[in-house]
Design a protein around this ligand. Sequence first.
Ligand SMILES: [Fe+2]
Ligand SMILES: [Fe+2]
Length: 163
Amino acid sequence: MSGDTLTDLFQEGLKEMYYVENQLVDVLEELGEEVDHDGIEDAFREHKEETEEHVNRLEEVFDKIGESPEKKQVHALDGLVQDHHEFSDDDPEQNVLNLFDTAAAEKTEHLEIAAYGNLTFMADKLGHDEVADLLEANLREEEEALDKLKSLTEEYDVESVPA
Ligand SMILES: [Fe+2]
Ligand SMILES: [Fe+2]
């Protein structure tokens, strides 16, 4: 891309989120299998289903702007995934792993919220009203997922975690 216009920036951002959402479908599946806390596992499974819908909405967005869906690698997400693997490969205590995974998921939600906030703003500026609505629908679900994860962390039985 040339990077000369708001349209370029917008389309690059869409490609990045198409990469992120596709990766997160697999990541959330893996996290759901790794934790042993019912509430956290349910949150991961539920958000995995929402994430599949995020992929669908992005495909609709590409369609509406007359582009075919394309992915662009996001190193920030790859880094979070790598950090997770380094931590889990070290055979951590299960409660500690539950909390690590919840925090890791919160980090991905923050990344998505920042990205969708910007994409929604740009879609508005470019006059893509329906596209803005689709992106905002994803944004809302990321915000709800983040709130849910934060509550799960706050409600966690920390007495069960080795001090
Ligand atoms: Fe998402
Ligand atoms: Fe998300």
